[in-house]
Design a protein around this ligand. Structure first.
Ligand SMILES: NC(=O)c1ccc[n+]([C@@H]2O[C@H](COP(=O)([O-])OP(=O)(O)OC[C@H]3O[C@@H](n4cnc5c(N)ncnc54)[C@H](OP(=O)(O)O)[C@@H]3O)[C@@H](O)[C@H]2O)c1
Length: 384
């Protein structure tokens, strides 16, 4: 049966040299972006010799790895000299050359990364195929329910570490933000499957680490967060923001998140620990709209505030964030892991714009239907 199989591209161990980032980015937003990108590359590129890399090489399974977070993480893991296998259904291309990535770097990555094709909902296949491979470490990037994790743990009795992509969405709404890792969680949240997975990892006695990102942004973002603002800025339209616009939120750059995932690997300080990961500063909705404009080189936009309760948008989402304060402390990751987010918000948004939206690529086409409803109502109020 040809439905599932392992596509092996190469096993040769060589000193890592590739980087995801371009040697020169078409940078039309000033030198700070360039400096940031260059230093991200320097920090992510191991300087060690092939000997050290060989000694610490692990056989790593990434559940997912082809959409957003996993794309950046798998490059870092391969650069660190690990043998990396991506488990996906193969609906999304297994590798894709990233904007700005050199032909050589891409070829290097492509030749080293392995693919295991299958559906993680097919628990029997997961068990047999993983048992045959005997992975040392699992990065579970796309897991949502505990039941999807059990067969992986069953299949790998000698697993060294299970690193899980959870979400800051698990926290109970609080009147005393930011969320800390020890804070109460919401067993009824949309992300309760993440919580149940964390509990399962505890109960199964594996060496686990759970990462709880807040909103993630960066090139290739599947979640239309920054691109929602970029669409409006590009069209020269005002930006409709619910409420007062001073709701505070937080975004973390995908490359900083990938670095945090690397920092926890084989790290005793990360054993059986949860870490919030995001940007080092919080931002208001209004501030985010202005930061997007600044990052992409657009004039400061007109902001239109509206009362969301006065509208029926049907199934359409009028704004890409939950209409509330939502932010988490990243102190624990900084203190325990020595992880430092490299991108400040404007630099990170510029990186996203320059490598993605600014090149004409985005995930969701512009739709200003809800904006027009809001603007129409405002216009009527002015006329009255
Ligand atoms: N976006 C945010 O702001 C945010 C915040 C907090 C947490 N998160 C978490 O981030 C994770 C998403 O990360 P990502 O999409 O960037 O991860 P990724 O590892 O880059 O990509 C996920 C890959 O999983 C594969 N996949 C989907 N369903 C599958 C299945 N049934 N069996 C096997 N493979 C499957 C898909 O490939 P195929 O289609 O080819 O199978 C997809 O490309 C989620 O766990 C989410 O909860 C996101």
């Amino acid at each position: 049966m040809a439905k599932y199989g392992v596509m092996q591209q190469s096993h040769t161990w060589v000193s890592p040299r590739s980087s995801l980032l371009p040697s020169s980015v078409s940078d039309f937003h000033g030198s700070s972006l360039n400096i940031s990108i260059q230093s991200w590359r320097r920090k992510c590129q191991p300087k060690e010799t092939a000997i050290r890399v060989m000694a610490s090489s692990k056989n790593i399974l990434v559940m997912g790895g082809t959409r957003f977070i996993g794309v950046f993480l798998s490059r870092l893991l391969v650069n660190e000299g690990h043998q990396v296998t991506l488990f996906t259904r193969g609906k999304t291309p297994i590798t894709q050359q990233l904007p700005g990535e050199s032909d050589q770097d891409y070829a290097d990555f492509k030749s080293k990364v392995l693919h295991l094709k299958g559906d993680r909902q097919d628990f029997e296949f997961v068990k047999t195929s993983l048992a045959a491979k005997g992975f040392d470490v699992v990065y579970d990037i796309n897991g949502r329910e505990a039941v999807e994790v059990e067969p992986i743990i069953d299949a790998l009795p000698n697993l060294q570490q299970y690193i899980y992509c959870s979400s800051a969405g698990v926290y109970l709404k609080t009147e005393t933000p930011p969320h800390f890792e020890v804070d109460a969680v919401d067993p009824k949240s949309r992300h309760k499957g993440k919580l149940e997975t964390e509990s399962l990892l505890v109960s199964r006695g594996v060496n686990w680490t759970s990462i709880r990102p807040v909103y993630i942004y960066g090139p290739l973002n599947y979640n239309p967060v920054e691109e929602w603002f970029f669409h409006r800025l590009k069209a020269g339209r005002p930006i409709p923001i619910p409420g007062s616009g001073i709701q505070i939120t937080q975004l973390g750059h995908v490359k900083d998140l990938a670095k945090a995932f690397i920092k926890v690997l084989d790290n005793p300080k990360a054993s059986k620990q949860v870490f919030n990961i995001s940007g080092s500063k919080y931002v208001t909705f209004d501030g985010l709209a202005k930061a997007c404009a600044k990052a992409a080189g657009f004039p400061e936009p007109e902001l239109i505030h509206y009362n969301a309760k006065e509208f029926d948008f049907g199934k359409k989402k009028a704004f890409p964030f939950r209409d509330q304060h939502f932010f988490a402390s990243i102190e624990k990751a900084q203190r325990e892991l020595g992880w430092v987010p490299e991108f400040d918000l404007v630099q990170g948004l510029a990186d996203s714009y320059n490598l993605d939206f600014g090149r004409g690529t985005f995930r969701k086409a512009a739709d200003f239907t809800t904006d027009d409803m809001i603007l129409e109502k405002k216009k009527k109020l002015v006329l009255i």
